[in-house]
Write a protein that binds this ligand. Structure first.
Ligand code: KG4
Ligand code: ZN
Length: 334
């Protein structure tokens, strides 16, 4: 029997715990904080307080539902970064205390690498090397994955992340946080090429989303000058059009990168991988370019400890452990 590891994720606004045993993720308990809804974004201070409140019940529930006692654990894993420092500190301190009291190793996991390793939780799994487009609320990256522990970022956003662009545009349309899923939902039945927006040219495989955010704001302001209820009466078309624009921005780079690198194993990961248009576009391109496309199940796309557990499993195999002095890093490099 391989190792049994408890993993904790607390980098942003989800408190989550998961058990991996012998490389198999047994469960994935997630508590999503609703306190941020009315603020239009995650409020760091409120996020760390909510983690502090829920971490014990979440871990207890995780152990109980997996039928695992603390004496069965071989290591404790936690998200080391990147993320909100106050939030990361809650998970890290909890993991450190637990590892210390049980006398077992501590594993620090990189949140973005874990999003990619979510592809190994369930079959089919990608063959190496594969190209992963990681799209979340904090990051937008194109990564060539050579092995579970060897990855190279070949492109990333120069400013905002795509999820942030989704959320900010959604806020302009009157949706509460997180607005990305609302744009997705309300775009159903909308005409996606009804409105077009200017795009910014960014070289190579990098991305930029700050221009479209401002562009969308000015576009709405101008249209509302002509008709006060412009947003309300065109909501589905607006959602479908901005969604199409944002998705095209990442798809274009994904195709260029796949062609240039000559890789046909393609994955998408991160919260925005839950977007229905992105999923269907990647599937469509898969048939066009003869790619094998991999998209993790929804619960493993948005922030979750299952992916931290999977990454921890690979690190445990190589005995990559943290010292008890470890501190999380909000800007942990790849
Ligand atoms: O990976 P994630 O849960 O957290 C970060 O690490 O950032 O990603 C959250 C992001 C949010 O911006 C949210 O609006 C976006 O993922 N998101 C979506 C959808 N579901 C989640 N964006 C567009 N369409 C969706 N269906
Ligand atoms: Zn994430």
């Amino acid at each position: 029997m391989g190792p049994t590891i408890l993993a904790i994720e607390s980098s942003c606004d989800e408190t989550s715990a998961s058990i991996v045993r012998d490389g198999k993720v047994l469960n994935n308990v997630i508590s999503t904080q609703s306190v941020h809804e009315i603020y239009g974004g995650v409020v760091p201070e409120l996020a760390s307080r909510a983690h502090q409140k829920t971490i014990v019940p979440v871990v207890r529930h995780c152990l109980e539902t997996a039928g695992i006692g603390t004496q069965d654990l071989n290591a404790i894993a936690f998200t080391k970064g990147p993320g909100l420092l106050g939030s990361l500190l809650v998970g890290a301190s909890f993991a450190k205390s637990m590892a210390f009291s049980l006398g077992i190793p501590l594993i620090g996991v990189h949140h973005m690498k874990a999003h990619i390793l979510a592809h190994f939780i369930e079959k089919p799994i990608p063959q190496f090397p594969f190209l992963c487009l990681t799209v979340s609320g904090g990051h937008t990256q194109l990564v060539v994955v050579h092995s579970p522990l060897e990855m190279k970022v070949i492109g990333q956003t120069k400013d905002d992340a795509i999820g942030e662009a989704f959320d900010k545009c959604a806020k302009m349309l009157g949706f509460s946080y997180p607005g990305g899923p609302m744009i997705d939902k309300h775009s159903r039945g909308g005409i996606s090429d009804r409105f077009t927006f200017p795009s910014t040219d960014i070289p190579d495989f990098d991305f930029s989303f700050s221009g479209i955010k401002t562009g969308f704001l000015y576009f709405l302001r101008n249209m509302e000058k002509e008709s006060e209820d412009f947003i309300e009466s065109n909501k589905a078309d607006l959602c479908a059009s901005i969604q199409r624009h944002l998705v095209n921005m990442v798809i274009e780079k994904l195709v260029n990168a796949a062609n240039k690198m000559g890789i046909k194993e393609i994955g998408i990961a991160g919260g925005v991988a839950a977007n229905s248009r992105l999923r269907s576009e990647v599937e469509r391109l898969g048939s066009e370019y003869d790619w094998n496309v991999y998209i993790p199940k929804f619960e493993y796309c948005t922030d979750n400890a299952g992916m931290i557990a999977m990454a921890a499993h690979f690190q445990y195999e190589q005995q990559i452990f943290e010292s008890p002095e470890v501190v999380p890093d909000a800007r942990l490099v790849f």
